[in-house]
Design a protein around this ligand. Structure first.
Ligand SMILES: [Zn+2]
Length: 139
């Protein structure tokens, strides 16, 4: 048996190898080693369809596995692809990083403001406290 490497990079040979392994698990080892030996055309078509389906599934899965870790909360990066040009209502800076987007969605401020004012004091923030109202003398 050859060495099978697992990889979720799309379009590389190792990715195909991983798919072949998955199909092999389903149909048995003979399938991969000698696909044409005792197969008719219909089975080959089914095989190719399975390959395609699996390929798409892995690709889709891969996207969803890209998560951003915010304060221990894992959030899918896919959710933050839009609205990335928002600016922070507290300090006015534009959200440049994915984490800024996460903070904007969750706390209505950028990551910097989150670290400055919200982190560890979420309750106060959620109740409506804002630095420009109660903290004017400090920058
Ligand atoms: Zn800010």
């Amino acid at each position: 048996m050859g060495r099978i490497e697992y990889s979720i990079m799309s379009d590389d040979p190792n990715h195909i190898a991983a798919l072949e392994k998955a199909i092999s698990d389903k149909y048995g080892d003979d399938t991969i080693q000698n696909p044409k030996a005792n197969w008719d055309e219909g089975k080959e078509k089914e095989y190719l369809a399975q390959m395609k389906e699996l390929y798409q599934k892995v690709k889709k899965n891969d996207q969803w596995q890209e998560k951003i870790d915010l304060n221990g909360i894992k959030v899918s990066k896919k959710l933050f692809n839009r609205d990335s040009t928002k600016c922070c209502p507290v300090c006015g800076s534009f959200a440049r990083k994915a984490k800024d987007d996460v903070c904007l969605i969750k706390f209505d401020c950028c990551e910097t403001c989150f670290e400055k004012y919200v982190d560890g004091r979420e309750e106060r923030w959620i109740e409506g406290w804002r630095p420009n109202e109660n903290n004017k003398n400090r920058s």
